[in-house]
Ligand binder design. Structure first.
Ligand SMILES: C[S@@+](CC[C@H](N)C(=O)[O-])C[C@H]1O[C@@H](n2cnc3c(N)ncnc32)[C@H](O)[C@@H]1O
Length: 352
């Protein structure tokens, strides 16, 4: 990996290049609904690896599952591990479920007869997820799909005692890269844990907003715009760090103690891990778009032009601060990248 300093950035004329990509991205993102814009951003992450696509024809060895990020490959062992000791059918609840491509990678570990409950506001993603489960040709069932936002979904299920999945019935709950859209984090995590049966596990994955590119994009934008409007999102980021003791001393058991205190419950145990993951783009324009993946993408009502300009400003002002680099080897050789560490959190609900 070749890290790019400010001097190299400027002498290579990259500021001008970035400026040109800003204009292209403005055209691409113009007049879109929020979820359409998010889909275009996310498609950069999902970019398929042509070597994998041609796997039957080409001996390609180990290839990444997606080119735009190494997050999915990094979380996969922990995701598979959720199913390892489960041989009877399980109930899976997938929040902010996406199009199913992540869960697809662990499906061979999911026992026959298992049932999925999906929450995903993007209708087209949810449709892909359902088709994917059907196409596996096994006894796996999508029991219910909700197109509500996570806030609406939690609210409804908390009020309606007849809604499924009922409290205490979920074996595996997935919340992968979606907590950015939650407005009350502690309440939502408590909702997740209430749905778990004893022995059930919640798998919560999110980007480190303090060290990662997208968190810095949001902070940079919030600083230059009307800061008051962005307090809720910033408070949610702080709460995330607080809830999972991300600033803690790393002592064994410390995260569990802190989570118990903060949620006011003693029936949970938590393991927190972090991966030094990165985001990758074919060009600097892709990185500009990827700046919208978390906080910035969740903000409705601001000028797209201002947001794009703010991401450009962050990269060009201090490329080293976002660890801008060119990949010099491996399957992503020639791609641009930035640092986006992720947290992988497994909470187990204990029998009491
Ligand atoms: C980064 S993707 C992750 C998708 C999936 N969990 C995965 O790992 O492949 C974030 C997902 O959150 C969904 N999303 C956006 N806003 C949401 C909201 N308010 N409530 C729930 N999900 C939301 C998006 O449509 C998208 O599918």
């Amino acid at each position: 990996m070749l890290k790019i300093s400010k001097d190299v950035f400027e002498s290579a004329g990259l500021t001008d290049q970035l400026e040109r990509y800003c204009h292209l991205l403005e055209l691409e993102f113009r007049d879109l609904e929020q979820h359409e814009l998010y889909q275009l951003v996310f498609s950069r992450l999902l970019k398929p690896d042509p070597f994998r696509t041609l796997a039957d024809a080409v001996a390609c060895g180990d290839r990444p599952t997606m080119l735009g990020a190494d997050e999915r490959d990094a979380l996969l062992p922990a995701l598979k591990n959720l199913f390892v000791r489960r041989d009877a059918p399980v109930t899976i609840m997938d929040l902010g479920a996406g199009d199913g491509q992540t869960v697809a990678l662990a499906l061979d570990h999911v026992p026959d007869g298992s049932r999925f409950y999906l929450e995903e506001p993007n209708v087209s993603y949810a449709g892909h997820y359902e088709k994917l489960i059907e196409s596996v040709g096994r006894d796996l069932v999508v029991a219910e799909v909700s197109h509500e936002t996570i806030d609406e979904y939690c609210h409804r299920l908390n009020r309606d005692e007849t809604a499924h999945p009922a409290p205490g019935t979920v074996d595996v709950l997935l919340a992968i890269h979606m907590v950015y859209f939650v407005s009350d984090l502690a309440a939502t995590v408590n909702f997740m844990l209430d749905r778990l049966r004893p022995g059930g596990q919640a798998f919560i994955v999110f980007a480190d907003a303090r060290r990662g590119f997208t968190g810095k994009c949001f902070a940079n934008f919030a600083k230059t715009a009307d800061a008051q409007r962005y307090r809720a999102h910033q408070a949610a980021q702080q709460e995330l760090a607080h809830l999972f003791a991300l600033n803690g001393d790393g002592a064994r058991g410390a995260a569990t103690e802190k989570l118990r205190q903060r949620l006011g419950r003693s029936d949970v145990e938590v393991v927190v891990n972090t991966d030094p993951t990165r985001l990758f783009g074919n060009d600097l324009g892709d990185l500009l778009a990827l700046g919208f993946l978390t906080g910035l993408g969740g903000l409705a009502g601001d000028s797209i032009r201002d947001k794009i300009a703010s991401v450009k400003d962050l990269i060009s002002r201090d490329p080293a601060a976002v660890e801008l680099a060119l990949e010099t080897s491996g399957p992503r050789e020639g791609m641009w990248s930035v640092l986006e560490p992720q947290y992988v959190i497994v909470i187990t609900r204990l029998s009491q």
